[in-house]
Design a protein around this ligand. Sequence first.
Ligand code: GDP
Ligand code: MG
Length: 196
Amino acid sequence: MGVNMGKGGGGGGAHGGSSGGGILDALHLTQGTLHIVMLGLDSAGKSTALYRLKFDQYLNTVPTIGFNCEKVKGLSGRAKGTSFLIWDVGGQEKIRPLWRSYTRCTDGIVFVVDSVDLERLEEARCELYKTAKLPENAQVPILVLANKQDLPGAKDPLEIERLLGIAELGNTHLWHIQRAPSLEKVWTTLWNTSTR
Ligand SMILES: Nc1nc2c(ncn2[C@@H]2O[C@H](COP(=O)(O)OP(=O)(O)O)[C@@H](O)[C@H]2O)c(=O)[nH]1
Ligand SMILES: [Mg+2]
């Protein structure tokens, strides 16, 4: 696949490690388009979340081979007027090594977790840690989406946060955990990062 996730012109990014600016620089560089990568185990609900954001409805999905990409415009709150280019990357084990090429130069990561699939929560935790610990992702804000909250037996977001060991990741990342996909939350997470 080898898709180049660079933002044209290269170099600059919300997490460029340079002083100040952060997301504001990124907004300037990308003319209001933020690049977001959605990661998570297969069947966590990434594609469903993407189409909810794009079309505001549930669509039937098939397992993602490769990736989906949609441009979605924020319509409310602080996200209003900002465009999000959202990459939804396949989560099957054999294609997870490709995640790294998508997170390079991204403005933010949305990590989607199935709140019912407790058997695979440890696997999800491992993948989240792998992604978070990559040196190039050190400054990238990660929004954890505790998905499938409508299903019986779903662990609530705080419990998911505990089970994923998010606190143990330290304060190098700005974390936010939430129930439903919302561009405003993505934006707020990015924004908060710039003002740390
Ligand atoms: N009940 C429920 N099912 C969901 C939710 N999100 C996704 N699903 C279902 O979970 C399955 C996998 O979703 P999909 O988006 O393809 O997962 P992906 O592999 O992470 O892209 C599908 O059958 C979806 O309908 C949710 O919030 N609630
Ligand atoms: Mg998918």
